[in-house]
Design a binder for this molecule. Structure first.
Ligand code: F6R
Length: 610
């Protein structure tokens, strides 16, 4: 959460920063700002609201310069307003800082600095950084020393960049916990929370590691360890396709990403399965003899990734016969789970930066467990801190609500379960061929569903006044119910709850009235009859039934007010199909209710704070 970007080079810095901030807006969008060295003086422009509001401010209050820093904020300390927006400056406006993370001991430092005469203007934790820097700079008259002493005082997670008025050709930075990448182009240098902010100009890049700090000039990087030694490094060629970062003609990233799903699933099938149907994970460097010894899996993840984890549990139990627990990261990290060297901890994360999931990985490693992560960003903290990772291969996901990463998670979890089943000799050749045949048909079935988006759009319009929704599903589709409800809540701001069908009569059924639409995920697979009973229970209490059912089934649609058929498929593949109409329903409901699907209120794409 919060995005930072910094630039030093020949171009007009304000436009470079604005482009970078727009690309990082998924990380936070409640206020934004830049600080530029304009005619030798640090000039700050910041505004409440989106990058567009900052852009408008810059039209009336322009800045000129070739070195500067920028920030887009997701508020943690202090409400989203202009005062709390970054950059923050020291007492004399000679040092400006943008920061992503949380400084946990900011109260103590602030108090100490106030006693020394420093005056603070915001409620943020960040503001202590430029003031501390100013204090140490006064003492050493040397920015590198001032930075090193500043870092030594900070507890918490951070990535920050410092612009110092006296140094027109350098930017200082430090990282501990929050992501930071250095990029180099032709005679220009960048720092950013994410490489997407600095492509295509940054031809090469380097992910700064934890506890590293240093400075950049327009064509060089000086990297230091915590103790101040120079750290050798090697840059990687930047290979992000800039086309993946725009909306490609769709009105919103979310819609584009929903429609990308069949192509992504096709790509995953092609790369995970060879011509003989053997499943492979070339990037996963865990030895087969260890995987053979694993007796238990523990999945830790958050939000949509947690829902994927629940489906993953079914896959691991059904195909690999591995006893599997799934826990929400923020619980897992504090619950001192019982685990040993034969437990495989699996962390699932689109961004690879979720703070709670990362903390769970540290917990697991402290118990000598190996950690395998499923990540969409293979250079992320979670990928780097795990023993091995699996690339989700969904491509950059920009819409704040996760869609394509979810189906990519399900596919990779399924393949992982089949891979494990393979090394444990648990499936016969015939069974494997049947499973792989079913999987190969999936992308086309997904396309058939998405081609009927208008049917879902109509539901969203007709149900636009409903204030509450219940989602019901069982077995593989219990997580689909949770995911459908989450999508609707987060982007259309409609109250929705997902339940396992069997749990419904243990309380939630009391909610049913003729005002309550109930979305029943009832494909013809295991527990189908039980779902039909759930539908009957809702009908007899006058609830409105909206159902997702399997083509050819006449029972479920005959009992429903609205219904949508998915093509026939194996039980374990149904969650990959049933979630699609629910994603579309959330998207069109958001539009119907005047909400902005790509930037839902109060949310940020990567949750890098606890
Ligand atoms: C929901 C959503 C969030 C994330 C959650 C975990 O649409 O996007 O619930 O799934 O914050 O994020 P990652 O997967 O990046 O760890």
């Amino acid at each position: 959460m919060c995005g930072i970007v910094a630039y030093l080079g020949p171009k007009s810095v304000d436009s470079v920063l604005l482009v970078g901030l727009t690309r990082l807006e998924y990380r936070g969008y409640d206020s934004a700002g830049i600080a530029v060295l304009d005619n030798g003086e640090i000039t700050v422009r910041k505004e409440k609201g989106k990058i567009k509001d900052l852009e408008d401010l810059l039209l009336t209050h322009p800045v000129e310069g070739t070195i500067g820093i920028g920030h887009t904020r997701w508020a943690t300390h202090g409400e989203p307003n202009r005062q709390n927006a970054h950059p923050h400056v020291d007492n004399h406006g000679k040092v400006a800082v943008v920061h992503n993370g949380i400084i946990e001991n900011h109260h103590t430092i602030r108090q100490e600095l106030i006693e020394k005469g420093h005056v603070f203007h915001s409620e943020t934790d960040t503001e202590v950084i430029p003031h501390l820097f100013e204090d140490y700079y006064k003492k050493h008259k040397d920015s590198a020393k001032a930075l090193q002493e500043t870092i030594a005082r900070l507890d918490g997670r951070y990535a920050f960049v410092v612009l110092v008025e006296q140094e027109p050709d350098r930017l200082y930075f430090a990282r501990s916990g929050s992501p930071l990448v250095y990029g180099r182009g032709r005679g220009e240098s960048f720092l950013a929370s994410d490489v997407s902010a600095i492509v295509p100009a940054a031809k090469e890049h380097l992910h700064i590691d934890n506890d590293q700090w240093g400075w950049i000039t327009k064509d060089s990087l000086e990297l230091r360890s915590k103790t101040g030694e120079a750290v050798p490094f090697e840059m990687s060629r930047t290979q992000i396709d800039v086309k993946a970062l725009d909306r490609a003609g769709y009105d919103h990233f979310m819609l584009k990403e929903i429609h990308e799903q069949p192509g992504i699933v096709r790509r995953i099938i092609q790369s995970r399965m060879d011509d003989e149907g053997i499943v492979r994970f070339p990037e996963m460097n865990l030895p087969n003899d260890f995987l053979n010894r694993v007796t238990r899996c523990m999945i830790t993840s958050a939000g949509t990734s947690w829902h994927a984890g629940i489906v993953g549990k079914f896959y691991l139990e059904q195909f690999a016969r591995l006893s599997t627990e799934v826990d929400i990261s923020s619980e897992f990290r504090y619950r001192n789970p019982i685990a040993d060297g034969e437990t495989l901890v699996m962390a699932i994360s689109q961004s690879g930066e979720t703070a709670d999931t990362l903390a769970g990985i540290h917990q697991a490693k402290a118990k000598f467990c190996r950690v395998l992560s499923f990540v969409n960003v293979t250079t992320s903290s979670i990928a780097r801190e795990s023993n091995a990772f699996i690339d989700l291969m969904a491509g950059p996901e920009i819409g704040v609500a996760s869609t394509k990463a979810y189906t990519a998670q399900l596919m990779n979890l399924l393949f992982y379960a089949l891979f494990t089943a393979g090394i444990k000799w648990l499936v016969s050749k015939e069974e494997r061929e049947q499973i792989l045949h079913e999987i190969r048909l999936l992308p086309e079935k997904m396309e058939q569903i998405l081609a009927r988006a208008d049917e879902i759009k109509k539901w969203a319009s007709e149900l636009r006044d409903s204030k509450d929704f219940v989602f019901l599903g069982r077995s593989f589709n219990h997580p689909t119910a949770l995911e459908g409800a989450l999508k609707l809540k987060e982007i259309a701001y409609v109250h929705a709850s997902g339940y396992a069908g069997g749990e419904f009569k243990h309380g939630p059924i009391a909610l049913i009235s003729d005002q309550m639409p109930v979305i029943c995920i009832a494909p013809q697979c295991d527990l189908y009859e039980k779902m039909v009973s759930n539908i009957e229970e809702v009908r007899s209490r006058k609830g409105r039934i909206i159902s997702i059912y399997t083509e050819g089934d006449t029972i479920v649609p005959s009992k429903s007010d609205y219904s949508f058929a998915i093509p026939q498929c194996a039980d374990y593949l149904t969650p990959i199909l049933t979630v699609l109409p629910l994603q579309l329903f959330a998207y069109y409901s958001a539009l119907e209710r005047g909400c902005e699907p790509d930037q839902p209120r109060n949310l940020a794409k990567s949750v890098t704070v606890e």
